[in-house]
Design a protein around this ligand. Sequence first.
Ligand code: TYD
Length: 136
Amino acid sequence: MKKQLPELIDLPKIDDPRGNLTFLEEENHIPFRIRRVYWIYDVPGGQTRGGHAFREQQEFIVALSGSFDVVVNQGLDEQRFHLNRSYFGLYVPDGLWRFLDNFSTNSVAMVLSSTFYSEGDYIRDFEEYLRLRNAM
Ligand code: TYD
């Protein structure tokens, strides 16, 4: 794990009276190769998803529809990012604890991941995360 910071990344936006278009390319607009895409949807009001860190996975999170917050913990402090447009997203490097909350009705969170799914990549215990982070 390296100590890197989360970063909001603006994506290309092709304005068009027929409807707007946004795209991204791996290792261009985002700094990794995409191994997996998943999305979170039908989230009941007040729910929280994704309280954990990843040892290796880097990810890019986009609010394809609606809005939600991504909260990233960096050991001592926490940063809250509000995602509410599909033409920007949040890059979360490996090794950071994060969760998603404040979901609006009908929101869709798309997550592009640098790794295939592996339960062994998860750090699900916050105390363990803090110990690993402080040891970095
Ligand atoms: P998880 O990442 O733990 O979601 P959250 O942190 O929001 O609770 O995933 C929930 C479940 O879905 C878990 O049992 C693993 C499974 N899952 C997959 O099988 N493949 C995937 O790509 C993801 C993201 C989750």
